[in-house]
Design a protein around this ligand. Structure first.
Ligand code: AMP
Ligand code: ZN
Length: 115
């Protein structure tokens, strides 16, 4: 395990060192329940590879990002048939608190306007 994995919360969750409620995983992404859910369904879909944020994504990450969004969409359809929301917080002002790229999947109730 490298230095980033040792210090990154989500890398540790992906590696299994910190427990989580996983709902999906494959060779490139993992989805697990947010510890402080903002909706009845609140999953975090994350790439296994450490990418600090969406601002760090490059052309070489196209396939991974497409897969991440596709998995999030499939999970949304499966868990929130009435509709769902995907959110990616980027940087401090964007509300990002964990510096490992993640997509929030929220649903299971009527969601309000974005604030
Ligand atoms: P963000 O604010 O976009 O960086 O989202 C980080 C999310 O990680 C928050 O919604 C937290 O509730 C969630 N979180 C923090 N620690 C854990 C954990 N150990 N397991 C699951 N989710 C977590
Ligand atoms: Zn990480």
């Amino acid at each position: 395990m490298g230095a980033i994995s040792d210090h990154c919360l989500f890398c540790r969750i992906i590696a299994g060192g910190i427990p989580s409620r996983r709902s999906y995983e494959d060779d490139r992404v993992v989805a697990f329940a947010d510890i402080k859910p903002a909706a009845p369904v609140h999953l975090l879909v994350v790439p296994r590879r450490h990418l600090a944020s969406l601002a760090d994504v490059t052309d070489g990450d196209r396939d991974l990002i497409a897969h991440l969004v596709l998995v999030a969409s499939r999970l949304g359809q499966a868990t929130c048939p009435g509709g769902w929301r995907l959110v990616v917080n980027v940087g401090q002002e964007g509300g990002q608190t964990v510096d490992h790229l993640h997509v929030h999947l929220m649903g299971g109730r009527q969601l309000g306007a974005l604030g």
